[in-house]
Ligand binder design. Sequence first.
Ligand code: HEC
Ligand code: HEC
Ligand code: HEC
Ligand code: HEC
Ligand code: HEC
Length: 271
Amino acid sequence: MGNFFPRWTNWLPLKLAVALVFIAGGVSVGVAYYFTPKYTRVGYEPSQPIPFSHKIHAGQLGLDCRYCHSHVESSGPANVPTNETCFNCHGAGKGNIRSDSPKLAKVMQAQASGHPIEWERVHKLPDYAYFNHSVHVNRGVSCASCHGKINEMTVVRHEKPLSMGWCLDCHRTPEKNLRPLDQITNLDYQPSDLNRKDFYASLLAGGASKEGIAQVITGEEELAYQPSGLDDLVSMAEKEFGKDVTQKEVGTQLKKHWQVQPPESCAACHR
Ligand code: HEC
Ligand code: HEC
Ligand code: HEC
Ligand code: HEC
Ligand code: HEC
């Protein structure tokens, strides 16, 4: 009769053991996801080589984020500005703003030596996670949703967890965060700042139909009432949402008419 069990079964115990290790690994990954604090890096605020303040430059002076982070709309990584950007205002012989200040000594040294300033990195995902700025800021997600109110920070602080659970919270309900594209770098934006009529006019101009807009306002697939035009939509919205424009109103419209569908599959962020 020879061997009743085929040869490979000799390896069965080992295979089972390996499988168990993998299953245990899977469980602990699950545990790590659900139970580790989401906020471990929140509050990280390294000191920088130069006391550069966003509160002064982006807040008080009102410089747009893109003046310095000029690639944020066109590429995956957002760039930190080169020395040249600072020299525009602080460089000797150019703008010359406070170029004798001790706080700017290192900027002046950088101008003399040509060496780049070595800023401390604040936000950093692990290498196995893929992230792209341009896809977010061109789809109505503001810097404020992911970095907080940078324009009020003297030193940049890690404000949001940037954990997987946090990414997914927004990917499942993006309407809580979407806003018009011209408000992406306006960190003080409130939906109630919008003029309702202008907002609906911009949706119509962007190709949305009256019926489509009315469906989102009422939540009805079959409209009980056919809107005749812009004024009609505005009064429908006022009845539904009240006097001020709300986030729900803006977010649900933009989600539908821009067809926003953030991915939830593993391969989208782990490629
Ligand atoms: C005058 C130039 C300038 C402007 C304007 C500016 N930034 Fe910055 N930003 C910098 C510099 C320089 C750094 C690196 C030093 C630091 O972290 O403070 C930086 C760092 C950052 C970081 C942290 C990067 C990291 O290491 O993780 C974020 C986030 C950021 N800026 C967002 C913004 C936002 C949002 C705005 C608009 C409200 C803005 N910045 C406007 C120059 C600027
Ligand atoms: C558009 C012009 C402009 C640009 C660009 C600019 N700054 Fe400034 N910066 C100013 C002004 C204006 C002040 C405020 C001066 C004052 O308080 O009188 C200031 C203040 C400062 C101060 C505080 C100086 C002090 O003595 O209190 C530092 C440090 C500084 N900037 C660094 C930088 C760095 C680093 C960059 C490049 C990443 C930069 N700035 C880019 C205009 C600019
Ligand atoms: C959807 C969330 C999200 C939005 C919106 C967002 N950021 Fe970021 N930002 C991140 C994440 C995540 C990182 C870390 C990226 C990494 O490590 O690969 C980051 C990193 C940065 C950095 C460091 C350089 C880099 O790319 O790693 C800067 C500067 C920055 N962001 C500026 C901005 C500015 C300015 C805006 C708005 C115009 C903005 N961010 C909008 C999530 C966001
Ligand atoms: C505040 C909301 C929000 C947050 C937070 C957010 N996302 Fe997104 N994400 C979006 C939206 C909106 C889109 C665009 C979907 C579309 O184009 O239909 C998107 C698209 C993507 C895409 C697909 C586009 C591409 O680049 O291939 C990836 C990947 C992605 N996000 C990764 C991340 C990661 C990683 C994080 C966390 C570090 C994150 N997102 C956090 C809203 C968000
Ligand atoms: C929207 C983007 C996104 C999607 C979708 C996503 N992940 Fe992640 N994942 C991340 C980010 C960002 C991190 C890094 C989190 C951190 O640094 O805290 C991460 C971390 C992880 C980790 C390490 C966990 C830990 O605690 O260290 C594992 C394992 C993982 N992801 C597996 C998955 C699997 C499996 C899926 C599909 C079911 C998935 N991810 C879908 C963004 C995503």
